[in-house]
Ligand binder design. Structure first.
Ligand code: BDR
Ligand code: CA
Length: 313
């Protein structure tokens, strides 16, 4: 039997992270060694509770969940409670029934797992701010160089930002951390905001299919109800932009990727209008070697099929 690829998933678990986590837990080709949580959508403690809830709902296996950094490196925590709810999961009272946060620190755990691994054996997928990963790189560079690759949901890709005209939330909430990660020099793939919108959005028929598929599909849609009502105002219809599921699909099922190219990328950390923007050197002005594969478009039908398949819809 083929060995399952080992993963560490770092998350600021809000409602779209939850769907991505359930997908990963239910893909038999991968083995999630642990989840680490970080402050982003909500604080890292709430993110851990949301991750535990999602693990219980996914009903496959139960990797440990470790608490990581509780604040961004330099900037204050802002969060995305207006998008995902005060608790990040639509304020529906969704709490884990059984599972508890594991003892130990998430950043130390990432280093420990990599120390004990063969080079390239473990990949890291990040669904939130890059605080834990940046800290691990600063404190444990040798261990972090053993990672196979890091796939992040982050950057505006080749398009526009979602929190400022140039910045995407996961980078903007801790751009100093993102800068460390982009400059570290391990294989990186960034799934940009542009890959998560337009024809990658979950539309009414997709949502109906998930809701009618059973309790997991239903709760994974319902926990996004704050985002859904926001979208009703913005787009005039029921639809969900699912950034973290898009990144998860690109990471775990490469057939979902329609466009992905290598670029030199640089994170803006000056505290002005462009803070958190990632400059993608599309025309190679800098002459610097590429440091990141930027996924800017998914194949919508393959991507949606992957969501349905993993969530049993
Ligand atoms: C990213 O920010 C968060 O709101 C989502 O969970 C996703 O990781 C999208 O910009
Ligand atoms: Ca997230």
């Amino acid at each position: 039997m083929e060995l399952r690829k080992k993963l560490i998933i770092d998350t600021d678990c809000g409602s779209d992270d939850a769907m991505a986590i359930a997908m990963a837990l239910r893909d038999p080709r991968y083995e999630i060694l642990c989840f680490t949580t970080v402050t982003g959508n909500v604080d890292a403690r709430q993110a851990a509770q949301n991750t535990l809830f999602t693990i219980e709902e996914a009903g496959s296996y139960e990797p440990p969940v470790y608490l990581g950094c509780e604040t961004p490196l330099l900037v204050p925590f802002v969060g995305a409670m207006e998008t995902h709810g005060q608790d990040g999961m639509g304020d529906m009272g969704l709490v884990p029934k059984r599972l508890k946060v594991s003892e130990g620190n998430g950043v130390l755990k990432i280093a420990e797992l990599l120390r004990e691994s063969e080079p390239g054996e473990i990949d890291i997928i990040t669904l939130g701010t890059l605080t834990n990963i940046a800290l691990a790189m600063r404190l444990f560079p040798d261990e972090m160089r053993k990672v196979g690759r890091i796939v992040m949901m982050g950057t505006a890709g080749l398009g526009t930002g979602n929190v400022t005209p140039v910045a995407e939330f996961n980078i903007w909430q801790d751009a100093e951390a993102a800068k460390i990660v982009f400059e570290f020099g391990v294989p990186l793939m960034a799934v940009g905001w542009d890959a998560c919108i337009d024809d990658a959005m979950l539309e009414q028929e997709d949502l109906d299919r998930l809701i009618s598929s059973g309790p997991l599909g239903k709760v994974m849609v319902e926990c996004n109800r704050v985002l859904m009502s926001l979208n009703r105002e913005r787009f005039g219809r029921d639809c969900l932009d699912m950034a973290d599921p898009a990144a998860m699909a690109a990471a775990l099922c490469p057939e979902c990727i329609a466009e992905c190219d290598d670029y030199y990328c640089e994170v803006e950390t000056a505290h002005g209008i462009a803070y958190g923007g990632v400059l993608v050197d599309y025309y190679h002005f800098s002459g610097k070697p590429a440091n990141c594969a930027v996924c800017s478009r998914l194949n919508p039908s393959v991507y949606k099929d992957y969501i349905f398949r993993t969530l049993g819809a």
